[in-house]
Design a protein around this ligand. Structure first.
Ligand code: ZN
Length: 234
């Protein structure tokens, strides 16, 4: 018996996971989403997630019956750990490297483990995540090798063959914008600009051509540069 064509997308409401959601909707018969609640950016991200889910089907009308349930898991223990376990020396070091002080090492391993546990119960064995090796050298849990190893571990540990799809893994930020255009044209680009959230500071006051954000943190910087390269190639 062939497996149902279902996928579970790790969906934070950011640019990358929104592009992944669009990618999954064009490939799988049914797509569910999962989000993790673990810290101060929670309310901004949760609002963005809801709005994007409401609108994305309108942007991709050919996929209209495919978007399934949304799941939000409380992982506030991650937020607690990042607040209480951070030493002063390490905080300075993280500041220098441009990583937010809320950075949780190995976070994606935790996310995929919970996502797979939920997916298993729902007979879903295809997981989708927006990890990208090209631009995020600071995050070893975004590397292709890490993700492949996690898929192998989950398959062994749950005795089911899990596939983890990372459509952005080898794309630059500008190529991610191009992929969004291929998937959903100008309407999807507009949705990403208007509704997705990437800024580390949770800032949504200023609307730039590439979207909302402080414009200064590493996440905004990356997003802005990628968008500028993308538009210069149009
Ligand atoms: Zn920012």
């Amino acid at each position: 018996m062939s497996r149902p064509s279902n996928a579970l997308v790790l969906f934070s409401g950011g640019q990358d996971s929104t592009t992944c959601l669009a990618w999954a909707l064009t490939r799988f018969a049914r797509v569910e989403t999962i989000g993790f609640d673990y810290g101060q950016r929670h309310s901004v991200e949760m609002t963005c997630r809801r709005r994007i889910r409401d609108k994305i089907v309108g942007v991709l009308p050919q996929t209209k019956d495919r978007l399934g349930e949304d799941h939000v898991l409380d992982l506030s223990v991650l937020g607690e750990m990042s607040e209480t376990a951070l030493t002063r020396d390490r905080e300075i070091e993280l500041g220098r490297s441009g990583l937010p002080s809320t950075f949780v090492p190995g976070r994606n391993i935790v996310f995929f483990t919970f996502a797979a546990a939920l997916a298993y119960r729902r007979q879903i064995f295809d997981l989708v995540g927006g990890m990208c090796e090209t631009d995020y050298s600071g995050y070893p849990d975004c590397r292709d090798e890490t993700i492949k190893s996690v898929a192998e571990t989950l398959s062994l540990g749950m005795d089911e063959r899990f596939h983890i799809h990372t459509p952005l893994m080898w794309l630059s930020k500008s190529e991610s914008w191009s992929l969004a255009y291929e998937l959903g044209g100008e309407a999807l680009i507009e949705l990403i600009v208007e509704e997705t959230h990437t800024c580390y500071l949770g800032e949504r006051g200023t609307r730039h051509v590439w979207g909302y954000g402080c414009g200064l943190c590493p996440a905004c910087d990356l997003r802005a540069k990628g968008y500028n390269v993308y538009t210069s190639t149009l």
